[in-house]
Design a protein around this ligand. Structure first.
Ligand code: SF4
Length: 209
């Protein structure tokens, strides 16, 4: 349910409208820091948690400067962060994404990117950048690919017509990248990670991007 931040009920972050202290959980540790890279996506899944689409730009693209500021803050505050996650929208539509990933990996964090692994990720510039990152930061970078169903028809029921075929291109290329450690299999909106390595199951034929 959307919260109206202008409502009188929520003007005081410490006290309730009835004059009672609000419940408070003190932040002592931030193991994983999540960033939303922007709400734009190349597709519009019916079950998308944030209603991403090629038109939805309600959350504008996260910039390199934004990320630098937050990474500096967690360092200064000593929050014990070990992992930084990126989701969208489709993160590989963000023009700064490669620079953002490099900055985060350089800072020593494990990086997790949630992606639909379609055209935005498969553009030559992004492929080349990911291969560079893979070479420089082996083991630090994980791409988690959202697939709604192993059956193409059922996958496309949720993701839309024509969304399954690009996954096959991705699977070929992932054998080269070998940075993919697991898929996020989503069934009935409940996500579960299945540590399914695809590197041994696909061919390495080049992608026509
Ligand atoms: S691919 Fe992901 S971000 Fe894009 S519309 Fe589908 S669920 Fe939303």
């Amino acid at each position: 349910m959307a919260v109206d931040s202008t409502s009188a009920l929520f003007v005081d972050p410490v006290m309730t409208a009835a004059g009672e202290p609000r419940a408070l959980v003190k932040l002592t540790r931030l193991e994983t820091l999540w960033f939303n890279t922007g709400t734009l996506c190349n597709i519009a899944c019916g079950s998308c948690y944030i209603e991403s689409s090629p038109e939805n730009d309600r959350l504008e693209y996260l910039s390199l400067d934004d990320v630098a500021g937050y990474l500096n803050e967690i360092e200064v505050k000593g929050l014990g962060t070990t992992e930084v996650g990126f989701t969208g929208g489709e993160p590989f539509m963000n023009p700064d994404i490669l620079a953002i990933l490099r900055l985060t990996l350089n800072a020593g964090y494990s990086v997790l990117v949630l992606t639909n692994a379609m055209r935005p990720m498969m553009r030559p510039r992004i492929q080349a950048g990911l291969l560079d990152l893979k070479r420089e930061f082996s083991g630090q970078l994980t791409l988690r690919v959202s697939i709604d169903h192993f059956d193409a028809t059922q996958h496309e029921e949720k993701r839309g017509p024509g969304t399954r075929a690009p996954m096959r291109c991705f699977a070929c290329w992932a054998a080269v990248l070998a940075a993919v450690e697991n898929y996020a299999c989503k069934t009935d909106n409940h996500s579960r990670a299945s540590s399914l390595s695809i590197a041994s199951a696909v061919s390495t034929e080049p992608l026509n991007a």
